[in-house]
Design a protein around this ligand. Structure first.
Ligand code: NAP
Length: 247
């Protein structure tokens, strides 16, 4: 894969899908800024692993829901490297409950963690990348943005918002040659899905045409494609990575 830019910020990259995205992009030659909120040790270990393979990484701790911290982080990156070429808004949480038992606080917390954080990232990317008239952003949404899911009205609303927000940012970014796309993973093997009970997991597998959960690497390759020059005419799109579970 070809990349005209030189660096990328991946939010929530200390573990899970974010860590795999960071490793994959570093392998393609980008300097990766690994963001963590609480997984500091994991982020440091990932940096060492990437460097041991001869690739470049830096660690940057901040809470992606904090406007002040996110803005400062982008400034730190631009000051250090002269630019921010790519951004992956990957940080996310779940707080599942049936709607009748879900408090407004539970709803708002997930919207803030998933959607508001991505908004701040996209806005700051637009400003930073606008100066170079080049950049590409990928927002990690979810299959449930399109399919809905019982117990996840907060999460599905946040992820649905990410898809429509991506399209609007794509329209604002296009005149400056900045692309915005979304990836909607289906069920992927990470800590987030390890929380599921075995019988529920099995029931989901039955509904997946490829008859298995996906791997973080399979999401990472889709993200890399959407950031790369190979997708230079693709913007405002949503790429489904779900084993055929939702088409
Ligand atoms: P995970 O294993 O639970 O990891 C979540 C990541 O998000 C962690 O690195 C965490 O960082 C970070 N994070 C959460 N809140 C943050 C904040 N305020 N600021 C900075 N980082 C924050 O989840 P995952 O499965 O890798 O999921 C990654 C993304 O893919 C999420 O957006 C998720 O919604 C989406 N997704 C996952 C699946 C799946 O099946 N796993 C399917 C569809 C979509 P710390 O550990 O440092 O706190």
């Amino acid at each position: 894969m070809r990349f005209s830019g030189k660096n990328v910020l991946v939010t929530g990259a200390g573990r899970g899908i974010g860590a795999e995205i960071a490793k994959t992009l570093a392998g393609y030659g980008l300097k990766v800024w690994i963001n963590y909120r609480s997984s500091a040790k994991e982020a440091d270990r990932l940096k060492e692993e990437i460097e041991s393979e001869g690739n470049q990484a830096a660690v940057i701790g901040f809470d992606a829901t904090s406007e002040k911290e996110f803005v400062e982080a982008v400034k730190t990156i631009v000051d250090a490297d002269g630019e921010l070429s790519y951004l992956v808004n990957n940080a996310g949480i779940t707080k599942d409950k049936l709607a009748m038992r879900m408090s407004v606080e539970d709803f708002e917390e997930v919207i803030r963690a998933n959607l508001v954080s991505a908004f701040i990232g996209c806005r700051e990317a637009l400003k930073a990348m606008g100066k170079k008239r080049f950049g590409s952003v990928v927002n990690i949404s979810s299959i449930v943005a399109e399919s809905g899911n019982a117990g996840q009205v907060n999460y599905s609303a946040s992820k649905g918002g990410m898809i429509s927000m991506t399209k609007s940012f794509a329209l604002e970014g296009a005149p400056r040659n900045i692309r915005f796309n979304a990836v909607t993973p289906g069920f992927i093997e990470t800590e987030m899905t390890q929380k599921l009970k075995e019988d529920i997991k099995q029931a989901y597998v039955e509904k997946i045409p490829l008859k298995r959960f996906g791997s973080p690497q399979e999401v990472a390759e889709a993200v890399a494609f959407l950031l790369s020059d190979g997708s230079s005419y693709i913007t405002g799109e949503t790429l489904r990575v779900n084993g055929g579970m939702y088409m």
